[in-house]
Write a protein that binds this ligand. Structure first.
Ligand SMILES: Cc1cc2nc3c(=O)[nH]c(=O)nc-3n(C[C@H](O)[C@H](O)[C@H](O)COP(=O)(O)O)c2cc1C
Length: 216
């Protein structure tokens, strides 16, 4: 069982989002002996360009033609990133809210891996066929403000709906969110948000994967 942990915060050990995600992962690993966790740290990883040869290759694929030989070498970097994504059994996405959405490094990664013929395809009627099925995802976010349902900021949360949309589009529909909020209003509110998110991370982590040896 391989979990891909996609980290989209540049703040390393200072990151509250990462601390909560780590609590989740530690719980999963504690409960399940047979788990390998690979970390893809997007702020320390050179992503291939989604321009030049690769944008030409993408548009060739979009019209159902094979990639030209001249673009193939560059496209292999995209394929290797895609292979790393599709070979995972489950995903953890660590992303603070940036300007109501996701940090640019995560958007860049999504632009690289969400490719026709690899993560989704169109059938003969033009309908989308998702190609990444049967996999679970947990998205851990933290936000300076509070975007909880029922609150006046909720309508401004473009982060959770976007992540549900793009990963749902490729077939990942079993997605849970741990949203720590508000983190930047007062120290007391931050402490309470962190405590609640860490508890949710332990709870979700305890049941994320079937436990080793369990009868299912
Ligand atoms: C570039 C940038 C943009 C941000 N935009 C928002 C925002 O739109 N809404 C919000 O509530 N907080 C925003 N924040 C605050 C972060 O979401 C918040 O501090 C979060 O807890 C940071 O997570 P981290 O500790 O993992 O870096 C922003 C922070 C940065 C650095």
């Amino acid at each position: 069982m391989r979990i891909l942990h996609i980290v989209a915060t540049p703040r390393g050990e200072q990151s509250h989002t990462l601390r909560i995600a780590q609590e989740f992962i530690d719980t999963v690993v504690e409960r399940n002996g047979d788990v390998e966790v690979d970390v893809l740290d997007l702020y320390r990883h050179d992503l291939p360009a989604m321009a030049g040869d690769n944008i030409e290759a993408k548009y060739t694929l979009m019209v159902g033609r094979p990639i030209d030989r001249g673009h193939a070498e560059s496209w292999r970097e995209i394929e290797s990133l895609i292979e790393d994504f599709t070979s995972a059994d489950a995903y953890v996405v660590t992303a603070p809210m940036w300007n109501f959405g996701i940090p640019y490094a995560l958007k860049y990664y999504i632009d690289c891996v969400v490719q026709p013929g690899y993560l989704f395809r169109y059938d003969e009627t033009g309908s989308v066929v998702p190609m990444v099925t049967g996999k679970k995802m947990v998205c851990v976010t933290s936000r300076g403000g509070d975007y909880s349902p029922g609150g006046f900021m909720h309508a401004l949360d473009f982060q959770e709906p976007y992540l549900r949309t793009v990963f749902g589009f490729v077939g990942i529909t079993d997605v849970a969110f741990i949203n720590a909020q508000p983190m930047d209003v007062t120290p007391d509110l931050r402490a309470a948000a962190l405590t609640a998110a860490l508890a949710q991370a332990r709870e979700l982590g305890g049941s994320f994967l079937p436990q080793a040896g369990a009868l299912v």
